[in-house]
Ligand binder design. Structure first.
Ligand SMILES: *Cc1c(COP(=O)(O)O)cnc(C)c1O
Length: 462
């Protein structure tokens, strides 16, 4: 046996590494089982530099010191996104099983890009994707991949849509348009505009009805105006700001009449389809050519995971498979390799925490947890509606509740929001609609209670 001439300080099972692994796992265990982690809040760079000092040195400060700096200085400068009173943006609320299993994914050096390397992990991820596809009513052949987030999922789906449109036109001997266009609602998520910039395409932003919903006739009109240059229509299944679900069936009709790809952005809201309470709102999603839903939002998985599904995964594969001499051994087989279905190559099997959690608890508790958030949103909306200090901006469809404090200006909302966080009461950032500042509760954490919400309302009238 020869020994490595270099000291393998980082990689061998030494006393130092045993100690580091023990400390890190002890910390993780304690954090995962902590009943009430503090909300915490950001610090300035100067303050963090002052507190943490220089941590990168030539010989290392040691695992004990580094972990202590994380625990006592860095972690408290990160807001706890799964706090029940974190109601800003879209919160996260990973289940205990999902969060714990994320540790296993890292500990096991799993590679989730190819079947050759990660068959077992990919098999489990695919079972989750098939389960989701069936929930959404997609056909048995549907499939896809877990990507980093809805932004990358939307981009990858739109790239597949454009490649498909290009191939269809070429096959029919028709020229490509001067400019490719995608039709979506004026309230579509900013990631659609981001995808358009990356792809150098144009967005046709169709106005929504007064209730915030994009409907078939408006889409039809846009398709008539822009004709052959449109390669995809994007419907939003739960807008981020209001949780409004577009008229998916009407939009699917319009898209199919014009023979364009129908993509559903359900990053936040499509999870609600798991609850019988909201399921009917999503009629038409089963006709999607592609869709995204973020398990790191309302499917109780840790960051970061977006499920991207294609009706016909082959179209995703054709658009995205990377070819290179060193990869031929992977791409020349018929194996199912997740790398082939999005704009990425190396990937962790980020769908595994959701798989483990679903396998552990079963689907029913997911349905119950989602139903609970939908109920809570209705209850607090009724309370807001009944108090003269508040106006409900729109009737909530899912679990986002937007309201105004009568008489408040932007500065009032900002001061109130800052005070809530400073006092470690809650994290609720202001939002805006039609130029008017408002307050917004995004509810999805099963630990959030009606008391939490009414207590926060009371801070606006005290
Ligand atoms: C959050 C969200 C996105 C973006 O997803 P990320 O995971 O943050 O990249 C896209 N669309 C909608 C509707 C969203 O709510």
């Amino acid at each position: 046996m020869t020994t490595n001439p270099f000291p393998a300080r980082m990689h061998e099972v030494t006393d130092e590494n045993r100690d580091i692994v023990d400390r890190v796992l002890d910390y993780s265990r304690q954090r995962l089982l902590m009943a009430d982690a503090p909300l915490d809040k950001p610090q300035t760079p100067a303050e963090l530099t002052r507190l943490a000092g220089t941590t990168i040195t030539e010989n290392g400060i040691g695992g004990a010191k580094a972990l202590s700096i994380f625990e006592h200085i860095l972690a408290p400068a990160c807001i706890t996104t799964d706090d029940p009173r974190y109601l800003s943006f879209i919160p996260s609320a990973p289940s205990k099983a999902a969060a714990a299993f994320d540790v296993v994914v890292s500990a096991s050096a799993l590679y989730g890009g190819s079947w050759l390397e990660g068959a077992g992990a990919v098999h489990a991820e695919n079972e989750v994707l098939r389960w989701l596809a069936a929930e959404f009513g997609l056909p048995a052949g549907a499939g896809g991949v877990f990507v980093q987030g809805g932004t990358l999922g939307n981009l990858s789906a739109l790239v597949a849509a454009r490649e498909t449109a290009r191939a269809t036109r070429t096959a029919a001997g028709r020229p490509a348009p001067d400019r490719w266009r995608v039709v979506c609602s004026a309230e579509a998520h900013s990631s659609i505009a981001s995808a358009a910039r990356v792809m150098d395409i144009e967005i046709v932003a169709v106005p929504v009805d007064s209730d915030g919903v994009l409907r078939g006739p408006a889409v039809e009109e846009a398709l008539d105006v822009h004709g052959d240059s449109v390669f995809a229509v994007v419907a939003t299944a739960g807008t981020t700001n209001f949780g409004i679900v577009d008229d998916l069936a009407g939009i699917a009709d319009a898209a199919s009449r014009h023979d364009v790809w129908f993509h559903v952005d359900g990053a936040y809201g499509l999870s609600a389809m798991l609850s019988p309470l909201a399921r009917p709102r999503f009629a038409g999603v089963e006709r999607a050519d592609s869709l995204v839903v973020d398990p790191h939002k309302w499917l109780f998985a840790p960051f970061d995971a977006c499920a991207l599904l294609y009706r016909d995964p082959e179209l995703g594969r054709r658009a995205h498979t990377q070819h290179a001499d060193y990869l031929d051994t992977l791409t020349e087989t018929g194996d199912w390799s997740p790398s082939d279905f999005a704009a990425h190559l190396t990937r962790r099997p980020r769908g595994l925490p959701l798989w483990f959690s679903l396998a552990s608890y079963g689907a029913q508790v997911y349905r119950d947890a989602i139903t609970n958030a939908l109920d809570l949103a209705q209850q607090i909306a009724r309370i807001i509606d009944g108090r003269r200090e508040f106006t409900l901006v729109r009737e909530p469809q899912l679990s986002v509740v937007v309201f105004e404090r009568v008489g408040w200006e932007k500065a009032d909302y900002n001061a109130w929001s800052t005070r809530l966080l400073d006092d470690q009461v809650a994290f609720v950032t202001p939002s805006a609609h039609h130029g008017r500042t408002n307050a917004r509760f995004a509810i999805l954490n099963p630990r959030t209670t009606l008391d939490d919400l009414t207590m926060i309302l009371d801070t606006m009238t005290a």
